[in-house]
Design a protein around this ligand. Structure first.
Ligand SMILES: NC(=O)c1ccc[n+]([C@@H]2O[C@H](COP(=O)([O-])OP(=O)(O)OC[C@H]3O[C@@H](n4cnc5c(N)ncnc54)[C@H](O)[C@@H]3O)[C@@H](O)[C@H]2O)c1
Length: 309
């Protein structure tokens, strides 16, 4: 069975992906520096290298393991940190990605799957919601710039060296194992605070719309991309439904039994007001559509945190 190297495999999405690949019978190798991922997320049937994706020793891993596929999820993924320290963001997300791609080129990798972001690259000022893949790319953060740059490098490596790729532009991914202490991941943040009876902050009027897509659906898109979407495809992975923060608050308060009201704060500069993603291309190319309803996904996530906080 083919071997897949998953970068970021100790993180939220990467660890679910590893579990699924192992279930499907793939051999899996993980590269993660544990800067944000957790040891307890590591699947014991995967081989683990604790290593920074920028490390020159990454070449030894490629030489030793000879992966058929690379699924690249390791990233600095805090948007506000990318604004505060764009240089660090570029070192990990751009230079780190280049280190991966150079090794793919040198060591005969067949295909790269890249975790891109629909939420961070389409940006404000596009009026064709839900965004499809032809929508203008207008990133409003260094993080978004890094994801676009990653896609351009993928294109270059495919055109020049024949390294195939699929870039998956995710909406806002949520589910078990998401970091409830992080900056991103409003669902995990709300659930933790509600279960611990802390106050809940909403920035702006709470009517900003996002596309929340369940982690298992995202993982399925990755597994399908190993054998479909060839020829350098860029594909949105979302639900085409915009959900407001106020709606999330209401649903999650019910699930957790939280009696309080949210505290509203001034909106954050640069925050995108509306983004959700058309998934027609995923349907055509991958045979993918989101299967989890928001209501069921929120309930599953709530149940996980009730047991695991
Ligand atoms: N969560 C979302 O809503 C979302 C949306 C769009 C795209 N993405 C992308 O999906 C990927 C995974 O995101 P996640 O939510 O699982 O985040 P995460 O932080 O849980 O996972 C990222 C993993 O990468 C590792 N990592 C970070 N820097 C590294 C480095 N220099 N070298 C090696 N490993 C490193 C971390 O330790 C962590 O385990 C990221 O590329 C992110 O940009 C996530």
């Amino acid at each position: 069975m083919a071997k897949v190297l998953v970068t970021g495999g100790a993180g939220f999405i990467g660890s679910h992906l590893v579990d699924s690949l192992i279930k499907e019978g793939y051999q899996v190798v993980i590269v993660d520096d544990l800067s944000h991922g957790k040891k307890e997320n590591l699947n014991s049937q995967a081989k683990f290298y604790e290593m920074d994706i920028r490390d020159s020793r990454l070449e030894e891993v490629f030489k030793e393991e000879k992966p058929d596929y690379v699924d690249h999820h390791a990233a600095q993924m805090d948007i506000r940190k990318s604004v505060a320290d764009p240089q660090f963001d570029a070192e990990v997300n751009i230079i780190g990605t280049l280190n991966i791609l150079e090794n793919c080129r040198k060591h005969g990798v067949k295909k790269v799957i890249f975790a891109s972001s629909g939420g961070a690259i389409y940006g404000e000022g596009n009026d064709n919601l839900p965004f499809d893949e032809k929508s203008l790319v207008k990133p409003l953060s260094p993080y978004g710039v890094g994801k676009c740059t990653g896609e351009y490098y993928l294109y270059f490596y495919r055109e020049t060296y024949g390294l195939d790729f699929t870039a998956l532009r995710y909406g806002n991914v949520y589910g078990p194992r998401q970091d409830p202490e992080g900056e991103a991941g409003v669902i995990a943040i709300f659930i933790r605070a509600m279960l611990q009876n802390e106050s809940i902050s909403i920035f702006g009027d709470g009517e900003q719309l996002r596309d929340y897509v369940y982690v298992e659906d995202v993982v399925r898109a990755n597994v399908l991309s190993l054998n479909k979407g060839e020829g350098g495809d860029v594909i949105n992975i979302g639900t085409a439904r915009g959900v407001s923060v106020n709606e999330l608050f209401k649903n999650l308060a019910e699930i957790t039994g939280f009696p309080g009201k949210p505290v509203y704060h001034p909106s954050r500069a640069g925050e995108i007001l509306k983004t959700y993603l058309n998934f027609s291309r995923a349907k055509t190319v991958l045979g993918w559509r989101p299967e989890m309803t928001l209501e069921e996904g929120l309930k599953k996530t709530g149940d996980y945190f009730k047991k695991n906080l």
